[in-house]
Ligand binder design. Structure first.
Ligand code: NZQ
Ligand code: ZN
Length: 390
């Protein structure tokens, strides 16, 4: 196992009723906050009123910014940073899914940064230039990205047709509140997309050329089994607390460093290709991943890595056969069928993506060089994966 430092500073308040603590928690860091949220969901399910009441009870001054888009925009980040500077705010409270939390991280970074975070961090990847940020905290309303417990942010710039990520330890939320009850209102489509996203985060770390990583693989198999078990239950019965709770905690544990620390390598090619789909077609992240993942698996499978697929088949799905490649093919098909059972499509055509931008997307995904580690993918490989997904 590789050496590592595991240091996740995010305090988690998990469970029904935990939102009542938001005022007291915020008070530890701030007396003036930016309350950041998306469109209407938190007003419809009563969370907005509850949060505002708890903040006012603690005499916390609140400036609001709403309307964060799924695939959050750099323009919203700039608008938020202007508000934070103008009103001298001390903390950003993101109430929503990954898009709102990612947007909060962008604002936290841009507020304290003299240059342009889009150019310097997202495009040029000069992460070391970011030395200061406003603290952020979150109330998670959609289980998917793990943004509630990590330092990553993915932002979109529609003018440039780009969706790019950046990350920093200093952007990890100081606390996150995870109340599964507030995910009861997540619709079937977003529930399915969230389940696929969590599974994809695990696949990106599980499928790697790493010969070691035994413990990490077993933790990930447990998380995969949990999401595979509870995903369809939450999909069918949105108010099943146990299902929502298991999926919610699995989302945080799947992308907070727990499953990658000590591993020699991870992959992340499917995410890079998906970000091109979202950038060019503004599609839902988890849906793009659900389409691409089985095609990526089929493309990278070879005799060097077939043992990974066999582990996944045996330990997650209980699929056993004599021939390793037969097992691998079966488990890839099983994965595709599982996604389909949640009404996640299998082809790009089903989400109205045709062949016109495949080359542009393949070039975008590999703009900094080959991607992935299971198999290093160059432009032509990504193009082939995208073409097979059509
Ligand atoms: O805007 P509102 O009204 O809140 O509606 C949202 C939005 O339309 C709705 N929603 C959220 N909570 C709800 C709810 N509807 C009803 N009840 C609730 N409780 O769901 C829609 C999607 O929300 P969004 O935040 O976009 O979803 P998600 O959490 O899947 O975030 C996706 C974004 O995160 C990025 C993705 O690329 C994408 O931009 N990612 C961030 C990562 C990270 N920071 O580590 C890693 C991921 O791989 C991913 O790339
Ligand atoms: Zn993801």
């Amino acid at each position: 196992m590789k050496n590592f430092i595991y240091d996740v500073p995010t305090k988690i308040l998990f469970g029904e009723g935990q939102v009542s603590n938001v005022g007291k928690e915020v008070k530890k860091y701030a007396s003036r906050v930016l309350l950041l949220y998306g469109k209407n969901s938190i007003k419809k399910n009563g969370l907005y009123d509850e949060v505002l009441k708890r903040l006012t009870d603690e005499n916390i001054e609140v400036i609001e910014l709403s309307g964060v888009d799924p695939n959050p925009r750099i323009e919203t980040v700039r608008e938020g940073a202007d508000l934070c500077r103008r009103y001298k705010l001390d903390l950003i409270l993101a109430v929503g899914g990954g898009s709102t939390i990612d947007c909060a991280k962008g604002i936290a970074a841009q507020t304290k940064y003299h240059g342009d975070i889009w150019q310097d961090l997202c495009v040029d990847k000069k992460f070391h230039l970011l030395t200061e940020a406003l603290p952020i905290a979150s109330i998670l309303t959609l289980a998917a990205t793990g943004s509630e417990m990590n330092g990553n942010s993915v932002l979109s710039n529609p003018n440039e047709n780009l969706k790019l990520g950046f990350g920093s330890y200093i952007l990890r939320p100081v606390f996150s509140i995870l109340d599964p009850v507030y995910t009861f209102t997540v619709n079937k489509y977003q529930t399915a997309a969230g389940v696929v996203d969590i599974m994809s985060h695990l696949f990106e770390q599980y499928f790697s050329p790493d010969k070691k990583g035994y413990l990490q693989a077993r933790i990930m198999e447990g998380l995969l089994k949990t999401v595979i078990h509870y995903g369809p239950i939450a999909y069918e019965n949105p108010t099943d607390y146990e299902a929502r709770a298991n999926i919610m905690w699995a989302s945080s544990l799947s992308l907070n460093g727990l499953t990658s620390s000590g591993k020699e390598s991870t992959d992340w090619a499917t995410h890079q290709i998906e970000h091109e789909l979202s950038a060019k077609y503004d599609i839902t992240h988890g849906i793009g991943l659900g389409i691409l993942t089985p095609y990526w698996m089929e493309y990278v499978l070879d005799k060097e890595n077939v043992h990974r697929f066999v582990d996944y088949a045996n330990n997650v799905w209980g699929i056993f056969e004599d021939d390793d490649f037969e097992v691998a093919r079966k488990v890839i098909q099983k994965t595709r069928e599982f996604f389909n059972s949640l009404d996640v499509p299998s082809t790009l055509a089903e989400v109205d993506i045709d062949s016109s931008k495949l080359e542009e997307m393949a070039a975008g995904a590999t703009r900094l060089g080959p991607i992935g580690t299971m198999k290093k993918l160059e432009f032509k490989d990504v193009l082939e994966i995208l073409s097979s997904a059509l």
